[in-house]
Design a protein around this ligand. Structure first.
Ligand code: PRP
Ligand code: URA
Length: 209
């Protein structure tokens, strides 16, 4: 596995355990996904460039630093990625948000794109793709390819639980993309669900099953 950062902060690990619990109800699940996304965002933005500025305080001039470099954009993969947007926006409220709709065909398990709306200046932004689950890697890889076709050159993928298989697929198809996750699970079942995983993230977020 290359370019993979497993975020082992105790708060992230604790909240992921609660997310995995099948007794966690939709309301709590939704809150936890948002909180985990915010905590992950803290780590994902760690290498953001800074520039020096001078700020006038009430008692003098402070030589200090502010974020510089490319502006950011968040692109959740519908549906489940939506649950991570507000957590990320708490840290970077000025970021723009694009949406890519991809679902897995239940028969072929291949990704099917059904929606896309991106910021006009997407190619100039540093894009962070959000999706709680990386299973076969098909959805994430398709979303990355799509963004690259639109001219995006800087892409990170943030997922909460990643299967080793999906990581390897993204590594192979997009070796330039860094993957941030909170846990790496070893197995996929016959329906390509992550085992032990947390179940169907979209259904648990929105209460659809
Ligand atoms: C889930 C999940 C990912 C995808 C991961 O979405 O949110 O997008 O599956 O699987 P993959 O790595 O094998 O592509 P799903 O297709 O269930 O759609 P939904 O979010 O609309 O429920
Ligand atoms: N999508 C999910 O929501 N969960 C999985 O385990 C795999 C794909």
């Amino acid at each position: 596995m290359k370019n993979v950062f497993v975020l082992d902060h105790p708060l992230i690990q604790h909240k992921v355990s609660l997310l995995r619990d099948k007794n966690t109800i939709t309301k709590e699940f939704r809150e936890l996904v948002e909180e985990v996304a915010m905590l992950m965002g803290y780590e994902v933005t760690r290498k953001m460039p800074l520039k020096e500025v001078e700020i006038e305080t009430p008692v003098g001039i402070a030589k200090t630093k502010v974020i510089s470099g490319k502006k950011m954009g968040f692109v959740p993969i519908l549906r489940a990625g939506l649950g991570m947007v507000d957590g990320m926006l708490k840290l970077l409220p000025m970021a723009k948000v694009g949406h890519i709709g991809v679902y897995r065909d239940p028969e072929t398990l291949k990704p099917v794109e059904y929606y896309c709306k991106l910021p006009l200046d997407v190619s100039e932004r540093e894009i962070v793709i959000l999706d709680p689950m990386l299973a076969t890697g098909g959805s994430a890889s398709a979303a990355i390819s799509f963004l690259k076709e639109k001219g995006v050159t800087s892409i990170k993928l943030v997922c909460i639980i990643a299967a080793r298989y999906g990581i390897e697929v993204v590594n192979r198809e997009h070796p330039d993309v860094e993957i941030y996750c909170a846990a790496v699970d070893e197995k996929l079942n016959e329906h390509a669900y992550i085992v032990p995983g947390l179940g169907d993230a979209g259904d648990r977020l929105f209460g659809t099953k």
